[in-house]
Design a protein around this ligand. Structure first.
Ligand code: NAD
Length: 456
């Protein structure tokens, strides 16, 4: 009899399993593959490793700009793939070791709820039964397909396939200009591929501040990415060597189509029928204060939770919240207002809290301040002056949100995370000094202006 049994060893599940040691809980973690989940095995970690390869490639390609003469670089895709696999294996093995040292029982197999406090595990050793006082569902998500574009792994692929491409395709159409679509467009274009991004809504990265999206689009145009927004694709014509994708009155011909239109929760076959757990479109309705579902002692965390972002770090936070509630009986809710979102394109786009549009929709009287990177010393030194910081504050009130686009945005957003979470006033935030020369000074300048007294 375990204190907690967790189905799913991705960020939500493994964070819960690791955090449980703080309370001396004994834990079983049921996982059908290696531990690590989407994030470590076919999501964040491999994708960002590929993006690093693309960054190094374009840095070398443009080295002459910095007075460094090198031969025209070539990309050894197989070597980059091997490096990606090494990075993933290192982190997966490290995680397995950490779980072991925390005395988590990792059970290999497919888990299903079969009764209150009971999970049946289909494993290589046959059927096992795991009994636990509390259960955490953390089964994650898979790439969503669209009718006519069913994945074949060759011509029509998901991000799962694309992270293991044996060579770089020359021409790629990406359906969906969201986070995954833009990250792949960035790495493919930076390494010399022809890329078409086909997005149904009227801008890339829907929901993101349009000024930040413009920064990314400008770079995409430079690297030749062809963007079509507000457009739906027709049924594809899949040949042996080529795929024809109808787009409006036009069509694009490519070697491969990457479908990146969102991720679907994996909850259809985990034994929820006959329980009180409520499901909406596959997502589990969860009390976001405790992470409890409607079934007593059954919690849900990560990508399957209805209405919360599908982000590894949201999963970590939800795992911690669930374990804290199990151990203490006290709610320790996640602060969803201050979860940063980072898009690891080059340049990066990062945000936290409300955008200007969201703040206005929520009824706030807002004051918006922005600052470009053009005059920022370190951005000029680095040759990366395309960028913007935008801060949204309530009039005569605290900072509600911020967006940063440009080099290092994914790191810089964290100072704004504290500012938003702690509801700092612009004058309070602006009172602190940033080191010079840094790109973060652009945030300092924006805060000064937001406080009513600009410097540069
Ligand atoms: P997403 O929701 O970010 O983007 C999907 C995009 O596809 C949207 O822009 C949508 O308008 C568009 N779309 C949907 N149907 C379409 C159609 N038929 N034709 C054209 N466009 C269509 O989803 P994603 O990019 O697939 O990512 C899945 C999840 O994984 C997201 O929640 C994302 O936040 C997360 N993720 C996060 C990161 C990160 O934090 N850096 C990276 C990768 C994925």
């Amino acid at each position: 009899m375990y204190d907690v049994a967790i189905i799913g060893g991705g960020p939500g599940g493994y964070a819960a399993a690791l955090y449980a040691h703080n309370f001396g809980l004994n834990v079983a973690l049921i996982e059908k593959e290696r531990v690590g989940g989407t994030c470590l095995i076919r999501g964040c970690i491999p994708a960002k490793t590929w993006l690093k390869t693309a960054e190094v490639f374009s840095t070398v390609k443009n080295a002459a700009e910095f007075g460094v003469d090198v031969a025209e670089p070539t990309l050894d895709w197989q070597a980059a793939l091997a490096r990606k696999n090494n990075v993933v294996d290192g982190l997966v093995n490290g995680l397995a070791g950490l779980l072991q040292s925390r005395k988590v029982d990792v059970i290999d197999g497919y888990g299903r709820l079969v009764g209150p406090g009971k999970i049946e595990v289909v494993s290589d050793q046959g059927l096992l039964e795991v009994d636990a006082a509390n259960i955490i569902l953390a089964t994650g998500s898979v790439p969503r397909a669209i009718p006519g574009y069913e994945f074949d792994g060759q011509r029509i692929v998901s991000s799962d396939h694309a992270l293991d491409w044996p060579e770089r395709p020359d021409r790629v159409a990406i359906i969906g200009g969201g986070v995954i679509g833009c990250e792949f467009a960035s790495l493919l274009a930076d390494t010399g591929a022809e890329v078409h991004v086909l997005e149904a809504l009227d801008q890339l990265l829907p929901g993101t501040d349009p000024a930040a999206v413009k920064v990314l689009e400008r770079k995409f145009k430079k690297t030749g990415v062809k963007i079509k927004t507000g457009t739906m694709v027709g049924p594809p014509d899949v040949g042996d060597d080529v795929v024809r994708v109808p787009v409006g009155d036009d069509a694009v011909e490519v070697d491969v189509v990457l479908v990146a239109v969102g991720r679907a929760p994996l909850t259809a076959d985990i034994g929820l029928d006959g329980t009180a757990v409520e499901v909406d479109g596959g997502f589990v309705k969860t009390d976001l204060v405790t992470m409890l579902t409607a079934e007593p002692n059954v919690y849900a965390v990560g990508d399957i939770v209805a209405g919360t972002p599908q982000l590894a770090h949201a999963g970590f936070a939800e795992g911690i919240a669930a374990i804290t509630h199990i151990a203490t009986g006290e709610p320790a809710p996640v602060d969803y207002n201050a979860i940063p979102l980072v898009v690891y394109t080059h340049p990066e786009v990062a945000s936290v809290g409300l955008t200007e549009a969201q703040a206005r929709d929520a009824g706030y009287d807002v004051e918006v301040t922005d600052h470009g990177m053009r005059g920022v010393g370190r951005a000029i030194i680095q040759g990366e002056t395309g960028g913007i910081v935008k801060v949204v504050a309530e009039k005569d009130g605290p900072i509600l949100g911020a967006t940063v686009a440009g080099a290092g945005a994914g790191e810089m957003i964290h100072e704004l995370m504290y500012i938003v979470a702690w509801e700092a006033l612009p004058s309070e935030a602006a009172a602190l000094i940033h080191a010079h020369p840094t790109i973060s000074e652009a945030i300092g300048e924006t805060l000064l202006t937001s406080a009513g007294r600009s410097l540069h």
